[in-house]
Structures are given as C-alpha cells and as structure tokens.
Design a binder for this molecule. Sequence first.
Ligand code: HEC
Ligand code: HEC
Length: 228
Amino acid sequence: MRRRLLPVVAVVLGALFVAGRGAGSQGPTGVPAVAASSETDPGRLAAQIGCPVCHGQRGESPLSNIPSLAGQRSAWLEARLQDFRHLGRIGGEGVMPRYARNLSDQQIRALAAAYSLDPLPVPPRVVQASEVARGQTLYEQGDPARQVLPCATCHGPTGGGTATPLIPSLTGQHAGYVAYRLGVYRHLPARQGEPEVQAMRTVARSLSDADIRAVAAYAEQLPARSFR
Ligand code: HEC
Ligand code: HEC
C-alpha cells in the first residue's frame, strides 16, 4: 500500500506547487483553490489549471493511482467533475475538489468532451499473464458460486460502459486506479449514495483482494484486446 501511494504523494505535492503559484485565493479548508478562469478552450484551460500535470498531456495519466481520462465517456467525466465541484456522490475526498471548484458548467462540458476524444492509452506490457487471464474470466463470466456478477453485464463486453444508464468505461484504465476505486466502493457504508453507487458497492464486496487485482489487470489490458 505504502509503496503504491508514495509516487502519487510526490506528484500531488509537485502539482500543488505548480497550481499554488497561479492561485491567489484560499479554499474553505485553507488549501489554495485554483483561481476562476473564463477560458473555454479545453486545451488552454487544462494547461492553465494544471490537469496535465496529473492526468497526462492527452488524458493518459503517467501514474497508476491517477485515472486516465482518455477515451472515457464524456458524460461520466462530466458527472465526476460536477461531483468534485459540489462535493457530491463519492467525490469529496482527495485533491480533485480544489481543481473543480471554480469550473463553470460550460468549462466542465468542454473538458469532458475533449478528454473523451483523446485516444485510449496504450496498455503496458503484460507482466502477469495468469492474472490477466483470471481477470478476463471474472470480467466475462463472474463467479456464480460466489455470487460475483460479471463486470461485462454492466460495463459491456469490451469495457466501454454505457450512456444510459451512465456506466463508466474501464477500457485501458490503470489497474492501480481500478483497484483503488473498488476499494472505495467496498468500504462505503450501506445505504450511502445513489443506487448506482450501491450497485458497485455490492459488486465490490463480493470480490476478494485477489479478484480485484485480477480484474484490474484485465481492465488495463482491454484496449489491446478489443475495439469499442
Ligand atoms: C494534483 C493532481 C491532479 C490534478 C492537477 C487534477 N487531477 Fe483529476 N484526479 C486526480 C486524482 C488523484 C483523481 C482520483 C480521485 C479519486 O477518485 O479519489 C482524479 C480524478 C479525476 C476524474 C475522475 C475520473 C474517473 O474516471 O472517475 C476526473 C474527470 C478528473 N480527475 C479530471 C481532472 C481535470 C479536468 C483536471 C483539471 C481541471 C484535473 N482532474 C486535475 C488528480 C488530479
Ligand atoms: C450491476 C451493474 C454493474 C456491474 C455488474 C459492475 N459494475 Fe462497475 N460500475 C457500475 C456503475 C453504475 C458505476 C458508476 C457508479 C458511480 O456512480 O459511482 C460503476 C463504476 C465502476 C468503477 C469506477 C470507474 C471510475 O472511473 O471511477 C469501477 C472501477 C468499476 N465499476 C469496476 C467494476 C468491475 C471490475 C466489475 C466486475 C467485477 C464491475 N464494475 C461490475 C455498474 C456495474
């Protein structure tokens, strides 16, 4: 755990420095809030705020614990940014709220649309083929004996998710981030959050740690295996 978190801590601290230089105002918790901007060109706005420092130049995050945004559903990116902005759903924790706080609806739509069109990240070389294979079986078939639902039922056979209902893409997402999010869903209290959050809580609680590592490894490799 510590080993996986250290690089993220380093980047986050670095990014706060970068963001802090241009940010004059203080947020309610005393952390620097990124200043409001009227910029609507998504590329220029992202550069101004510093999104690429963490999420990569084209939404391909360089670190396993920070999500890639490239190729993600635009509506999902928009919903998550609105959550961070309003501290809704499970968006209140971590670094994101201060980057989303001063974005307008129009800016959020523009950023979400632009990142969704960036090409899917190239999957890293497979290091544990057996883990990926086990992940594929769980992803496609689940494990009826243990009441594990197949991820494919909701996230689709190629991992692209759906627009209605809104289900995020997992294709090419960092294994570390997928595992982290499954951990978040798993530890949510019962009855907290929207029905879709509760649905993922149920799924996450049916998975063992080894299951999580396997499906996460498989999700990261999906772009090499399928087309959306
Ligand atoms: C200091 C690093 C950092 C910066 C700068 C940053 N992010 Fe993030 N972002 C993160 C981390 C870490 C997460 C994961 C948060 C979590 O789930 O708790 C995240 C999550 C997200 C998500 C949710 C993705 C998903 O699939 O659930 C979106 C969308 C996002 N960021 C967009 C942006 C945009 C747009 C900007 C610039 C306005 C930005 N981020 C700036 C670190 C950063
Ligand atoms: C019953 C439908 C359903 C099934 C089955 C399901 N998911 Fe989900 N998943 C969802 C929904 C809906 C969301 C969005 C929840 C929210 O709003 O936070 C989601 C969100 C996620 C996220 C967060 C993505 C992000 O970018 O933050 C991950 C990771 C995830 N699912 C992984 C999985 C894995 C792995 C499996 C299989 C073991 C799985 N899901 C099975 C419906 C499902």
